[in-house]
Design a protein around this ligand. Sequence first.
Ligand code: B1M
Length: 208
Amino acid sequence: MSKIEDIKVLVETGKSKKVAAAVQGALDAGDKAQDILEAMIASMSVVGDKFSAGEIFVPEMLIAAKTMSKGVEVLKPVMAGDVSNSLGTCIMGTVAGDLHDIGKNLVVMMLESAGFDMVDLGVDVPAEKFVQAVKENDNVVLVACSGLLTTTMPALKDAVKTVKAAFPDMKVIVGGAPVTPEYADEIGADGYAPDAGSSVAKAKELIA
Ligand code: B1M
């Protein structure tokens, strides 16, 4: 089995103590950080499918998520860009009622690498807290909201509405598996990105 295949199995089976060494091993062997990341993302889809099929339950999903996060920690310094100019501050969080943070963390990592000063509010972030963070931080140019559940899509809408009510000119970008460009448009967001990589281009376009 290739080193990347090994990592996929470790994530799928939640072997959190072994994953960091495996990711480092793959990097040392010449595998690209981006390929390792994509493999781990694919593993999370497998985990989600198994959950949907009733083959695994919330604790196993949680352990797989913890395992992926440990793998991402090893990739972070490798993927970090060499940025000297700040593009401004971006406030980011996963919206109220939603505890999923892996996608959000990847977006934070990519935007940070691109030159944004990131303020990560974490998960389950009430709409008002995004507004408060815009007030409390300097040079905020972007608010980014992540939502992974169909049931928390209304919370995305609430976050966009609340930020726009307080700061009509503030740019807001949204994303997450159930979000579509049409939904982003419908709730009044300025932009949508399907994944962490494309969030960089969209974020830069919004603040240009
Ligand atoms: Co949850 N969960 N989960 N879960 N979970 C999903 C999302 C689900 C699809 C699984 C399934 O049923 N197949 C399903 C949602 C169904 C739906 O709403 N349609 C689901 C469910 C139902 C639930 C619970 C309700 C389960 C329960 O309790 N019965 C519960 C809800 C808890 C809550 O949030 N209130 C729950 C709980 C959890 C855990 C806590 C156990 C754990 C999360 C731990 C953590 O994040 N620290 C978890 C996990 C791990 C998953 C799956 C398996 C993996 C999510 C993930 O990390 N994916 C997920 C299944 C799946 O995704 N296929 C699932 C990898 C990650 C890189 O992708 O987050 O999509 P993603 O991010 C992507 C893009 O979406 C995008 O960029 C990233 C890639 O580059 N992106 C943005 C994300 N945010 C963005 C913002 C942007 C731009 C792009 O701009 C601002």
